[in-house]
Design a protein around this ligand. Structure first.
Ligand code: ZN
Length: 291
């Protein structure tokens, strides 16, 4: 699932394709739960518009249009936003990955999963939003219109403070791992980076939030920002479907210290990493150096 780094990597790359170019043609698939705004309305509203800025809050991308409307984009579980010409086997279905010979596995053509295609007045490259499972979302917000998904987000993880985390944590009994995943507290920390931040801050994911002290909250927020920024530099983590907008893979997955490393030695003390389930999500930690 794309997390903050993957969304930010996407934003930085897509920004160059999107901002300042007039949209000449919009193609969509049929109405589905992918479209919070009906696709016919979306096609009408986006044609002849241009994007003046592309921002990110948590895992949401917000494109500001030249008429003051905003286009909300969320990658969901399997969303892929990329420029025409991107090449990756991750852009093919598992079936096609296995049946096509390697020479033909890289060419992407818009398919049934390509729900939104933008073509620009100045020619290629266009922009595709593809999503196999359709948990991604597109919504057009009229000028001044708010969206409950954006309104309920807490401060973005890249600018969060330990003070703000502690103010919430001290009143809550839930495991600190669960609190870190609550997007209304800090926006943008997902499962992978929560486990990594807890490891770096030496805090056990099961610890009740109210027993995490102010200094530990400082350390957690710092650690989260460090791992997120490092992951952005590395192009995010390509685990299932995530591709960078140019079709290349992210490389952060090789740097993870605890996530998906159950049974492997802790990089600090060599104790085997343990995997448990907290709130239906897997959590990975060192039982010796995380307290
Ligand atoms: Zn350890």
């Amino acid at each position: 699932m794309p997390e903050l780094p993957e969304v930010e990597v996407t934003r930085r790359a897509i920004e160059k394709t999107l901002v300042g170019r007039r949209i000449a043609r919009v193609k969509t698939t049929a109405p589905s739960y992918f479209f919070l705004t009906p696709p016919a309305r979306l096609r009408r509203a986006l044609t002849e518009r241009s994007v003046v800025a592309l921002t990110r809050h948590g895992k949401y991308l917000v494109a500001l249009l030249d008429d003051g409307a905003r286009l909300l984009l969320h990658l969901g579980m399997t969303g892929q936003l990329f420029t025409a010409g991107a090449r990756s086997v991750r852009l093919l279905s598992a079936e096609r990955r296995s049946t096509l010979d390697p020479a033909h596995q890289t060419a992407f053509r818009p398919d049934a999963h390509t729900h939104l295609e933008l073509e620009f007045a100045d020619g290629p490259p266009g922009l595709y939003f593809r999503d196999i499972r359709k948990f991604g979302k597109v919504r057009l917000l009229a000028p001044g219109q708010s969206d409950p998904r954006l309104d309920k987000l807490g401060v973005d993880a890249l600018v969060a403070t330990g003070e703000a985390l502690h103010a919430v944590a001290r009143r809550r009994r839930v495991p600190i791992k669960s609190l870190l995943l609550e997007q209304s507290v800090i926006a943008g920390i997902g499962n992978i980076y929560a486990d990594e931040a807890l490891f770096h801050a030496r805090v056990r994911p099961t610890r009740p939030s109210r027993r995490v002290g102010r200094e530990e909250c400082d350390e957690l927020v710092r650690a989260a920002r460090r791992v997120l920024e490092r992951a952005i530099v590395k192009g995010g983590s390509s685990i299932d479907d995530f591709v960078r907008p140019d079709g290349s893979d992210g490389a952060y997955q090789t740097e993870r210290k605890v996530y998906a490393r159950e049974g492997e030695p802790c990089p600090r003390c060599k104790t085997p990493i343990r995997r448990i389930v907290i709130g239906q999500r897997s959590a990975h930690f060192c039982p010796s150096c995380q307290r």
